[in-house]
Design a protein around this ligand. Sequence first.
Ligand code: ZN
Length: 221
Amino acid sequence: MYQHHNLQGQPFGLPTGKVVCVGRNYLDHIQELNNAVPGEPLLFLKPATALCHVAEPVVIPTNRGACHNELEVAVLIGQPLCHASEEEAGAAIAGVGLALDLTLRDLQDQLKKDGHPWERAKAFDNACPVSAFVSAQDVKQLQDLAFTLRINGETRQQGNTKMMMRDTVSLLVAISEVFTLQPGDIVLTGTPKGVGPLQSGDKLTLSMAPWFDIQTTVVEA
Ligand code: ZN
């Protein structure tokens, strides 16, 4: 069973909750997929069953078309947030980590075309591999975190949270207007450009200095 971990590999002490994802929060990624800039945050959910540890092999589905990497900064929620103020939202962040919002892109394109929800493309088991979480008090500059995904040694995604169109606290405020965030929930804050198909055998390195330099491998289900 998945549990949130701290940097020492110990349980973080929060239950496992839902994952709230934000789409289209980095302009360079909106442009690479020819999407429109959203007026309000584009939100979708992954269930707790999507969570797994990214340091274990990343399992991608077979025979359902391309499965894309989307590397994102993830925040772990420590306090309930419902119609929250900015102060409440900032104080509710318990931890900061990295996550892959695994996306069956061919399927998502078809679902978009048909006007259907995205869950089949985004919410499958193991669709959200996550890192351990750094305690929020150790993260001084939440809006200046550089993060990188290398695949087989080649840099594929390079982001910085200062490039977000909506910063993390504003996102939490906006999300808390739609549904309550509970302790143990995770929010994925959007992906920068560089998404693309993963292949079985790919070696991934997820970095965010000074905390993360995680190596993992892609395997087929
Ligand atoms: Zn995403």
